[in-house]
Design a protein around this ligand. Structure first.
Ligand code: SAH
Length: 201
């Protein structure tokens, strides 16, 4: 997966490549999806949701420039795989999932595999998670019409936020990387992506 899918497509960060090779993606999947764990595609995880393609997980993670002391927020826990990747590159991860059944399963999977610095919360991620704000990194794994204001509010100085924005209905989404520098928030577009929608609470 690392040699064929990630390195040739722009994943250059050695730490990201290492954790992607160490964390077993199949452990976050169930049933028939398990045998496809290392293929270059998104896979079903239940409740009509999907785990992202490994390349997208790697590129999104890399863009956040995590440091060992960073605190990260993820919106859309899904299987917990992306949270697991983030957790190996920073101090602490808080991840919010709207579907209680998925939150419970992801929490159990992360616990079983020994990811002790990840906390899974069930709730509406468009509100962020004010209790532990501000965050050095925020990763949104579902597509919003626009960036939810609470997430910008909860972004630390020098922090980065990545999310897919559904600019035109039915079209691919625009993956945007926001940064807060000296109080000013700016963004740049990375590439088109296909995520499930961020749904209201
Ligand atoms: N990062 C996940 C994949 C996420 S799929 C992984 O690694 O497996 C997107 C997830 O966002 C779905 O599980 C969906 O239920 C969740 N979601 C959608 N709207 C949400 C909201 N408002 N708040 C929190 N989670 C939401």
């Amino acid at each position: 997966m690392v040699a064929e899918q990630l390195i040739p497509h722009g994943v250059t960060d050695e730490r990201v490549l290492r954790v992607m090779s160490e964390i077993p993606r199949e452990e976050f999947l169930t049933g028939r999806a398990r045998r496809h764990a290392y293929e270059d595609r998104a896979l079903a995880i239940g409740c009509g949701q999907t785990i992202s393609q490994p390349l997208v997980v790697a590129l999104m993670t890399q863009s956040l420039s995590l440091r060992p002391e960073s605190i990260a927020l993820e919106i859309g826990t899904g299987s917990g795989y992306q949270a697991a990747i983030l957790s190996r590159l920073c101090r602490r991860v808080i991840t919010v999932e709207r579907e209680p059944a998925l939150a419970e399963l992801a929490s159990a999977t992360l616990g079983r595999l020994g990811f002790i610095n990840v906390e899974v919360a069930a709730g509406d991620g468009s509100l962020g998670w004010p209790a532990d704000a501000p965050y050095d990194a925020i990763l949104v794994a579902c597509a919003a019409r626009q960036v939810p204001a609470p997430l910008i509010d909860q972004l630390a100085e020098g922090g980065r936020l990545i999310l897919p924005v559904q600019v035109i209905p039915e079209e691919p989404q625009d993956l945007r990387l926001y940064a807060r520098n000296e109080g000013v928030v700016t963004y740049r577009s990375l590439f088109p992506v296909l995520f499930v929608p961020l749904r209201p609470g």
